[in-house]
Design a protein around this ligand. Structure first.
Ligand code: FES
Length: 100
């Protein structure tokens, strides 16, 4: 597991983009106090989901309006059809740890 951020950095309903050592950008999402992590790149085309909007459990892509459930990675609205990769999150002493 790797330490990527403090939970204090992500207010309720907000997101934070972090970058892994391999260059992959990951979006951390605060849904009602629980943190979920998904790949930051939309699976429809090459758009950063960080530029979109988190509404409840859904991240809305800013480019074409595709949506994904950040808990499961599942696409929930067209044109998104392919699931996002999700990462297991553990919180320890207010630190966000990702399992890769
Ligand atoms: S790039 Fe995200 S919906 Fe098209």
């Amino acid at each position: 597991m790797i330490d990527v951020a403090s939970i204090k950095e992500i207010p309720l309903g907000k997101t934070k983009r972090i970058r892994l050592a391999n260059g992959q950008a990951v979006l951390l999402c605060n849904v009602a106090g629980a943190i979920f992590a998904v790949d930051d790149q939309c699976t429809h085309e090459d758009a950063s989901l960080y530029l979109g909007c988190l509404k409840g459990e859904e991240i809305h892509c800013s480019l074409h309006g595709g949506r994904f459930n950040v808990k499961t990675g599942a696409p929930t609205h067209e044109p998104a059809e392919i699931a996002l990769k999700t990462y297991k999150v553990t919180i320890e002493q207010e630190r966000i740890l990702l399992e890769l």
